[in-house]
Design a protein around this ligand. Structure first.
Ligand code: PLP
Length: 430
């Protein structure tokens, strides 16, 4: 596979962009090799600068639930653009998008739009703290809520450690109120609530963890979080940036029947444009400025082009689409497991509704340490073997597979065929 043009672009990029990329995971650091510079996308596939075609199982990290260039979404964005790119004043589309979100997610009565999931998560924390007058946060090890300081906390040791900064530049002060707890650990949550409950502003969780590979909640765990939050008066924040509109129209909350207080949304809701959202009951959301004292704003928030794309994408998300997405996820997950088993490669594929993830370990992970202990070198070999066969997986063993609705019988078969070849290649140790 010729990657000369990507390699040359990467070299040029590294001279003028830190690491050559505008978001770290794109640099292929976790798997090695040359990041592919993408020239265009079409349906289930994307094509790089050297003309190599890949079936895409990343979908821009989640937003492209219909694959690349879905006609209705692009048309809506183009039509909006003809009326202007930004107004800095309210526009009708924002109201319609907020109404669509309120209609889809049961726990949400009001919505504030932002440009990124990071902003929405940061706003959720400020709002939870502002509304409760409390300062501490309970966060799960390995859950990702964007790169705001208070939430960028690395894995601590022990059952519930006080956070240590996850990056240089994050002060100890910024994370000293962030308490880390292992995912799926009821005792650890209960211990934090018992000790810090009166000072706990929020319990934050990805309701289905999807930034430490794919780790669903144990049965009843989300309901347990709901009870614990209620018991101490903390705000329960579900970060549904990945799971929202992807696992089901109403997100993980709908799938698991547990309502959050605040819901962070992004990715799918923006239709492939920079748009994210924070939603919740009016009583909480009305603490935000201008009605309330908790400040939050954005020059391009509710951008009309992004809003139009988001609306169009949400309108297309019918029950039949979720059935198809689940079929695609099941086909990929079963195909991967069968291929890896047949080749004798120790690996476990997890599927949860429309998402899937593969770890090179003997059993399904239940918490971050299990994912960290998996064979990431084997993931790297599988990744490159798939890439050579024209299937683009996430370039890191900590990420999930994002099947799109653009996958059809033919592309699904190609993915599974590639997995058999790739698994054999991994087994041969090449
Ligand atoms: C991607 C992601 C974010 C951050 O969203 P950005 O738009 O990248 O800032 C937050 N939370 C979760 C669960 C995510 O997957």
């Amino acid at each position: 596979m010729n990657t000369d043009r990507s390699a040359r672009l990467f070299e040029r990029a590294r001279a003028v962009i830190p690491g050559g990329v505008n978001s770290p995971v794109r640099a292929f650091s976790g798997v090695g090799g040359t990041p592919r510079f993408i020239a265009h996308g079409e349906g289930a596939t994307m094509v790089d600068e050297d003309g190599n075609r890949y079936i895409d199982l990343v979908g821009s990290w989640g937003p492209l639930i219909f694959g690349h260039g879905r006609h209705e979404v692009l048309e809506a964005a183009s039509e909006a653009l003809r009326h202007g790119s930004s107004f800095g004043a309210p526009a009708a589309g924002e109201v319609a998008l907020a109404e669509a979100i309120v209609d889809a997610v049961d726990s949400v009565e009001k919505v504030r739009l932002t440009n990124s999931g990071t902003e929405a998560g940061m706003t959720a924390v400020r709002l939870a703290r502002g509304a409760t007058g409390r300062s501490k946060l309970l966060k799960f090890v390995g859950h990702y809520h964007g790169h705001a300081d208070a939430l960028l906390v690395s894995a601590g040791s022990g059952v519930a450690t006080l956070g240590i900064p996850g990056s240089p530049g994050v002060t100890e002060g910024a994370v000293s109120d962030t308490i880390l707890v292992p995912w799926n650990d009821r005792d650890a949550v209960a211990a934090v609530v018992a000790e810090h409950g009166d000072d706990l502003a929020a319990i934050l969780a990805e309701p289905v963890a999807a930034n430490m590979n794919l780790v669903p909640p144990d049965p009843g765990f989300l309901g347990f979080l709901r009870e614990q939050a209620d018991a101490c008066g903390a705000v329960l924040v579900f970060d549904e940036v990945i799971t929202g509109f992807r696992l089901a129209r109403g997100g993980a909350q709908q799938l698991h029947g547990v309502a959050a207080d605040l819901t962070v949304m992004g990715k799918v809701v923006g239709g492939g444009f920079p748009l994210a959202a924070l939603g919740g009951p009016a009583e909480l959301m009305d603490h935000l400025a201008p009605d309330g004292p908790v400040y939050q704003s954005g020059t391009l928030s509710g951008n009309p082009v992004a809003v139009a794309a988001g609306r169009a994408q949400l309108e297309l998300l019918t029950p039949a689409v979720y059935e198809h997405l689940e079929h695609a996820a099941r086909t990929v997950a079963d195909g991967f497991q069968t291929a890896l088993d047949a080749a004798g490669v120790p690996a476990t594929v997890t599927r949860h509704a429309t998402l899937a993830g593969v770890v090179f370990a003997d059993s399904a992970p239940r918490r971050f340490e299990d994912v960290a202990a998996a064979d990431h070198a084997a993931y790297g070999r599988f990744f490159h073997a798939m890439l050579e066969r024209g299937v683009y997986l996430a370039p890191s063993g900590y990420e999930v597979l994002f099947p799109s609705a653009a996958l059809d019988a033919e592309t699904l078969e190609q993915i599974v065929d590639a997995a058999h070849g790739a698994a054999e290649q991994v087994a041969r140790g090449r």
